[in-house]
Design a protein around this ligand. Sequence first.
Ligand code: FAD
Ligand code: SF4
Ligand code: SF4
Length: 479
Amino acid sequence: MAERMLKFVATPQRTPDKRTAAERAGDWDEIYRQFSAERAAEQASRCSQCGVPFCQVHCPLGNNIPDWLKLTAEGRLEEAYEVSSATNTFPEICGRICPQDRLCEGNCVIEKGFESVTIGAVEKYITDTAFEKGWVRPPKPAREIPFSVGIVGAGAAGLAAAEQLRRQGYAVDIYDRYDRPGGLMIYGIPNFKLEKPVVLRRWELFRSAGIRFHMDCAVGRDISLAELRNRHDAVLIATGVYKARELGGPGSGLSGIVPALDYLTASNRRGLGDEVPGFDDGTLNAEGSKVVVIGGGDTAMDCVRTAVRQGAASVTCLYRRDKANMPGSMREVKHAEEEGVRFEWLAAPEAFLGDRRVSGVRAVRMHLGLPDATGRQQVEPIAGSGFTLEADLVIKALGFDPEDMPRMFGDDALAVTRWGTLKVDRAMMTAIPGVFAAGDIVRGASLVVWAIKDGRDAAASMHRFIQDKAASSVAVAAE
Ligand code: FAD
Ligand code: SF4
Ligand code: SF4
């Protein structure tokens, strides 16, 4: 064991410096600064190089974490980059936005009483350095092969599959209804968590590798799935989940009540310099408004923190369970609290007040009751506990469901689960031969790291499918 490692006993955990809440609220930059080379090496050297690395077991990509930590501690960064990029298409993105507290770092087994290794921050540092030094190259193939694949959706899953297939020599065409690739990485996740140039520089690399992007092209509207199946040897559907869950109740149709993704997309587009309908008139802009965000997941946290940066007069998050039962990452809640967001735990909306535009939310206090069949405690309203919050912008962040996929793609053969996600077999193939699926449209709303994993797995299956088909047609021709 290199003497550089195992330093957790003497070296405390240090995350990259976090900018003050006051500084953060005044801009859209990421909240953590970059590690210095010395700090990255120091923090990587805290790893005890476990024989059975639980960090790796709990990373969806099975990243070889101990190896790249050791290489970083030794200052061998180019090799660290080679190792970390072998299993991850976007290590710099996962290093920024994976909920590490629930994945790799949450399972780091440095002895009790010592804080985990800062795996995500080191992963980000390695790849950001690789970009600076010019070590990150376009995924060009060693040779072209005479097969082509079509990918619907340029989010994390579609891009991860595209990268793998292009490296193998396939002609790769990506179709996306948006004008920029990245999916939720570009239009959902705010800049203060993931700066947009970090996503867009990958687009440049992919284009220079020969991957063709057909933007502003919605499959089912501008081109049919049947047409894509004719054009390509295999097709991947990686369209994500976008249908917002709705709120009912009196007044829920008032203006000034908007879905979270419309609000976040408008903010991200504005940050990218686009003209955004509804932004300047305050429909999708919290500047000067009393904002109430309903929901307790990471999307809700992104909304409250966006509203703070837009200069809202006040920002309140209303969540029907307590803090301990929030679905979102505790790290994100902490950032929001630091930035001045007020939380109303155990509270749910009953009605929305106002004539045409919303002016308030009538809410009721809840208490946690007995667990249901899933073991999760039920929430029940407390009689007579109603209260009113002033609000002129209400953002609904209650989660997402898939759109009606067979209808969207005009093909009833596309089988779906009872949740509306696409049904796939173990090879990630849908009910239509040669049509595969990956990412949120298979899992339901999930994480970027899982979409990358699915995209890479689907690429491997598509490769096998095309090669097997080619081999069997050669065999038939030879008979
Ligand atoms: P998407 O990223 O949704 O990409 C799907 C793409 O398909 C889009 O570009 C879309 O335009 C395109 N498309 C859809 N329909 C069609 C069609 N008919 N024709 C052509 N193109 C189509 N995950 C994390 O790991 N960390 C986070 O911090 C985090 N924060 C999040 C914050 C928000 C606000 C949201 C909403 C999600 C967040 N997630 C986070 C989840 C994460 O973004 C998703 O799990 C991941 O992006 C899913 O990737 P995907 O490729 O399956 O789908
Ligand atoms: Fe951790 Fe995510 Fe990186 Fe895996 S990809 S090592 S879970 S930060
Ligand atoms: Fe290192 Fe922690 Fe992983 Fe063990 S679990 S190999 S100490 S990062």
